[in-house]
Design a protein around this ligand. Structure first.
Ligand code: FPP
Length: 238
């Protein structure tokens, strides 16, 4: 085994799970957990800048989450707006671009407007990216890509024989974002839950029991270390 320094992950994707259970264990409403979860997101974004992770993608709201009680959905949308307001300056400070993956048009108009404003204001930054998965589903993303392919074929812009992996990859929501190197899910569930189905084909997976509201820099660094142990063992041939 060589002593060569192993590069850390360039792109980390996180399923921020366990806010509800964490709050329930403290006899507090679920939104209390989501609020603390938003704080974890701040901390982890900062940790990404500190530890050289260029792209952070987080599962903030799934297509399935629309089925939660209205109070909770409204509360999450409010938290998202607060997050954008409070953290825009951090994005500027670290020259980090905000992006959204998912069906942005499903979100309430005021939330969409705020997202579009911050995305436009940070569009030119190239040091880092924060990708919020909002109204996101992996199957929905693939269905949307399939629809675009069908449209292109029907319009004569694409030959059926030319439909290959690249043709699909080019029609995903953010085709220029490289696939995640590392996917983390917090809070003990060992499932992908419709997150980035296509993009995590070759990612390393880490499932940690730590609930998202408690997932802070130390837990994140432990994941980065586990990732580098794995790439050292299997050596970057894939
Ligand atoms: C899963 O916890 C988490 C979510 C459905 C939403 C994630 C949202 C945040 C971290 C809030 C802040 C986000 C932004 C972008 C400001 P859960 O409720 O499914 O937890 P449970 O499995 O314990 O019930």
């Amino acid at each position: 085994m060589s002593d060569e320094k192993v590069a850390g992950p360039r792109h980390v994707a996180i399923i921020m799970d366990g806010n509800g259970r964490w709050a329930k264990a403290r006899h507090r409403p679920r939104l209390f957990g989501h609020r603390e979860g938003a704080e974890s997101l701040r901390v982890i974004l900062e940790a990404c800048r500190k530890h050289g992770v260029e792209i952070l993608t987080v599962y903030a709201f799934s297509t399935e989450n629309w089925g939660r009680p209205k109070d909770e959905v409204d509360g999450l949308m409010r938290l998202l707006k607060e997050f954008l307001k409070k953290d825009e300056k951090e994005l500027h400070k670290h020259e980090t671009r905000l992006r959204v993956t998912g069906r942005l048009g499903d979100l309430p108009a005021d939330v969409q407007a705020e997202l579009r404003r911050v995305m436009a204001a940070t569009e030119k930054y190239t040091k880092g990216q924060l990708v919020l998965a909002l109204s996101y589903g992996g199957r929905a993303e693939l269905a949307d890509a399939a629809r675009r392919i069908a449209e292109d074929v029907a319009a004569g812009r694409l030959a059926p024989e030319a439909v290959d992996e690249q043709a699909i990859a080019e029609r995903l929501y953010l085709p220029d974002v490289p696939d995640p190197d590392l996917m983390i899910r917090t809070s003990g569930e060992v499932r992908l839950s419709n997150f980035l189905l296509w993009e995590v084909s070759y990612s390393e997976f880490i499932f940690t029991p730590v609930p998202w509201p408690e997932f802070r820099e130390e837990a994140f660094v432990a994941c980065l270390e586990e990732y580098s142990r794995r790439s050292r063992r299997y050596g970057g041939h894939e």
